[in-house]
Design a protein around this ligand. Structure first.
Ligand code: NCD
Length: 304
């Protein structure tokens, strides 16, 4: 059975193939409009989402398929005490593929071990978010013409930000990537992620000073401070506005910088930047739908 639980489940050649298919979908959407006719995607979201759930649903509809599911744990039998394993077995009777988001790290893996259909991790706690990573890689590749030899700065909540953890793991597969980690000392990248960087001989620096490193960056990956993963409200309030990107700060950045953000944005990018040609975060949203179309096709084994 094919699942996508961790971005490391994919080989580099498979990631490249998904990027190629997504680019072809963008160029020739009509070619793909019926490929999933008669298939059902189940979106099982135990945690809030706007983009990920709706982009999965839009993706399946644009492939000609159908969607069932729930968008909060309260409206599912989880609220009666049903286990993730049982839910996965039940949904396997109704659908052809599952996209699951869950606040507990590892829950989509448990689902995959119990389902008889492919399971996609749509975000598990502070752990992984592989389909956001595919979205990010497609965006970087479209903006920069490739993923090798980039200098990328990750800014904000690098401790709890699952999109950062997954994207860093994927970047290990590319060459000449330099990583700049910009965060308050309380929200640094976890040691287990830094170990991965060290083991792969990836060059990285850690800093608290965004403005000092901004001129060096080809990509700036902004993130929000992950309120829901904090143990103390006071600590969140103290750290939430650690970085706010403004047009003034951007003056020293490269003219071809690409600014990415998985969204939702809270305060960390001024809305004044939205009209700057370097802002890519809304294009990134659209790319997310196309790459999820490519992924659904791959896991269902359908071709155009
Ligand atoms: C991200 C997530 O859920 O981890 N959002 C998303 O899927 N685009 C980022 C976030 O919530 O900050």
């Amino acid at each position: 059975m094919n699942h996508l639980i961790d971005i490391m489940d994919l080989k580099k050649s498979e990631i490249e193939e998904l990027i190629n298919v997504a680019n072809d979908i963008i160029a020739n959407p009509q070619k793909y409009s019926e490929v999933c006719r008669g298939k059902k995607l189940a979106t099982l979201f135990f945690e809030p989402s706007t983009r990920t759930r709706l982009s999965f649903e839009a993706a399946m509809y644009e492939l000609g398929g159908n969607v069932i599911g729930f968008s909060e744990a309260q409206s599912s039998s989880a609220s009666k005490g049903e286990s993730v394993a049982d839910t996965a077995k039940v949904i396997s009777c109704y659908a052809d593929i599952i996209a699951m988001r869950h606040p507990k790290e590892g829950a989509p893996l448990v689902a995959a071990m119990n389902a008889s259909i492919p399971v996609i991790n749509a975000g598990d706690g502070g752990h992984n978010h592989p389909t956001q990573t595919l979205t990010d890689l497609l965006t970087i590749s479209r903006e920069k013409g490739g993923i090798d030899n980039i200098t990328i700065g990750f800014c904000g909540d690098l401790k709890f930000g699952r999109t950062v953890h997954s994207l860093i793991n994927a970047l290990m597969m590319y060459s000449g990537v330099k990583i700049v980690l910009i965060s308050p000392s309380e929200l640094k990248l976890p040691v287990y992620s830094k170990d991965v960087l060290d083991k792969n001989g990836i060059e990285y620096v850690e800093t608290t000073d965004l403005e000092a490193v901004l001129p060096d960056l080809d990509i700036l990956y902004m993130t929000r401070v992950q309120k829901e993963r904090f143990f103390s409200e006071e600590e969140y309030l103290r750290l939430k506005d650690s970085y706010v990107l403004t047009p003034e700060k951007l003056e020293c950045a490269k003219s071809d910088l690409s600014i990415l953000h998985p969204l939702p944005r809270v305060n960390e990018i001024s809305v004044k930047i939205d009209s700057d040609p370097r802002a890519c975060y809304f294009k990134q949203v659209l790319n997310g739908k196309y790459v999820r179309m490519a992924l659904i096709m791959k896991l269902l084994g359908v071709e155009a």
